[in-house]
Design a protein. Structure first.
Length: 460
């Protein structure tokens, strides 16, 4: 039997609500975000609303609000590794739970236990209401949201990014806003998929007469590889240049392009200008893309990308464009995860790419690299790379980080081109777009705007 006065118990109930409903889920989610290197506000303001319902003894609404808050909190974390564009994508994502790392599975179990504990606290808490405590809780909610609205710059916190960590924010609002971006909205746009004017890239020679098409082809769209001066370009590509004894028919150059990665993919794979991102119902237009054309001629068509297949909806449109097999982040349990953009590491993905050419027959492989993505996180470096000072680039700059990661890519590429089963493979490496450099003066100093490099060769 309780012996405390009603007033003292009411305040204990208030403190219990604050500790259980506001502090516990925030602490658990923040811990998860630190473990996996993900962005999350230290205080998710949604739990303040849940606390308000807890104090008001609104059990049904409280449990519903709690589940919504946890759902969007988890979605915001998972979305930085597996970008969930549609709620239905969760079904696709959950099908890979069996190959997920053990740490992810343990985290899922812990999360379920926390949810169970919070629901239990709602259903079996003392039913006494406290008007003063309720008023305090309302003020707490107002203060939290007021702080968020006045002092935080929402533009700093990007969708599917782990680059920032805010103090207070709402994961529900973030989840809704992130699905109102131009890309997500364009998933349902109607009308022609491609523009009328052909957009030539490094693969332009493959469209048309097929008499000179090699039996084994590897197309690499290299993320954020820029056109720079000869000294820098030679230093970055030096591992591949040193392997020229096993290469023939060497060609290189640059081309004009302004756009994002998915537009660059369509530039190379379809020689077209992409008007929107809804690939459904455009089979006739997609039939002219390289993977579909080569598949008709007996090629195995394979695609590789270290990010989640849901990113830019690639899990859906890669098969439509002609790829019969795709390898994404969720396809395997990888030894490690990289950070420039959350996903598999290119130095590990490269081995999967190379293994695909050990079989007999015609092969067209397409590899979209990942780890040279802005912000060029040096945690992604696993190989000895160039020293920026040796090529007159200031150490510690975005440019230096980009060049180090690009150099690592070419080190790995130089390794796989020397493998015996890679003999006879035609390789084309082309950038998707110029590097994204925050400092405009630095961009102007080291890179040509609106131009991307390419190189083509055949392995002897």
């Amino acid at each position: 039997m309780l012996t405390k006065t009603d007033n003292s118990w009411s305040w204990l109930q208030f403190l219990w609500a604050i500790s259980i409903v506001l502090i516990l889920p925030n602490a658990v989610m923040t811990l998860f975000s630190f473990i996996y290197g993900l962005e999350r506000p230290y205080i998710n303001a949604d739990y303040a609303v849940v606390t308000l319902l807890f104090i008001a003894n609104q059990r049904v609404f409280g449990v519903a609000a709690l589940l919504v808050a946890i759902f969007f909190d988890v979605l915001a974390l998972i979305g930085q590794i597996f970008p969930v564009l549609r709620i239905s994508d969760i079904v696709y994502m959950s099908s890979f739970f069996g190959v997920a790392p053990v740490g992810y599975k343990v985290s899922a179990v812990v999360l379920c236990l926390v949810v169970f504990l919070l629901i239990f606290a709602f259903l079996y808490k003392n039913q006494q209401k406290g008007k003063l405590e309720f008023l305090c809780c309302i003020n707490l909610v107002v203060i939290i949201y007021g702080f968020s609205a006045i002092f935080l710059n929402e533009e700093e916190y990007k969708v599917w990014s782990n680059e920032k960590r805010s103090l207070i924010s709402s994961q529900v609002i973030f989840g809704i806003d992130s699905r109102r971006t131009g890309f997500v909205e364009s998933l349902s746009v109607d009308g022609n998929l491609f523009g009328d004017v052909a957009l030539n890239g490094a693969t332009g020679a493959w469209f048309g007469d097929d008499s000179d098409t090699d039996e084994k082809i590897l197309l690499i769209v290299n993320e954020s590889w820029g056109v720079s001066n000869q000294t820098i370009q030679s230093a970055v590509m030096s591992p591949l240049l040193d392997a020229t004894t096993v290469l023939s028919d060497w060609q290189q150059g640059s081309l004009s392009f302004n756009g994002i990665t998915i537009e660059a993919e369509i530039r190379e794979l379809c020689r077209s200008d992409l008007l929107h991102f809804n690939f459904e119902g455009h089979e006739e237009e997609l039939a002219g893309c390289i993977p579909n054309q080569l598949r008709k001629r007996g090629y195995k068509t394979l695609a590789f990308h270290g990010a989640a297949g849901l990113m830019y909806d690639r899990a859906r449109w890669y098969p439509q464009i002609g790829f019969e097999k795709q390898t994404f982040f969720e396809s395997y349990s990888w030894p490690s995860r990289c950070y420039s953009f959350p996903g598999a590491c290119d130095v590990e993905m490269a081995d999967h790419v190379a293994d695909s050419y050990s079989a007999e027959g015609k092969v067209f492989g397409y590899w979209l690299t990942l780890n040279t993505h802005h912000l060029y996180d040096l945690r992604d470096l696993s190989l000895e790379v160039l020293q920026c000072e040796s090529i007159d680039v200031r150490a510690g700059t975005e440019t230096c980080r980009n060049l180090k990661l690009q150099h690592q890519f070419f080190i790995k590429l130089s390794e796989i081109v020397t493998l015996p089963h890679m003999s006879g493979v035609r390789v084309v490496v082309v950038s998707d777009h110029e590097p994204r450099i925050s400092n405009q003066a630095q961009m102007d100093e080291y890179f040509e705007k609106g131009r991307v490099p390419w190189v083509s060769f055949k392995i002897r």
